[in-house]
Write a protein that binds this ligand. Sequence first.
Ligand SMILES: [Zn+2]
Length: 67
Amino acid sequence: MAAERVIYEVGDIVRLKKPHPCGSSEWEILRVGADFRLKCLGCGHQVMVSRKLVEKNTKGLRHAEEK
Ligand SMILES: [Zn+2]
């Protein structure tokens, strides 16, 4: 288990280890909870992913510049 806990917020851009087939590995967070809703920044595809899986595959997180 990861020692540090990542804080995910709606609007943040998360970079995952595994890129989407479209080539982008950055996703915008649309919803947080037990499951996250993510939108691919490359093609706009939306997916529901469990929080555990997101945490396991997070390579980086960029907080939204403005709220
Ligand atoms: Zn995509």
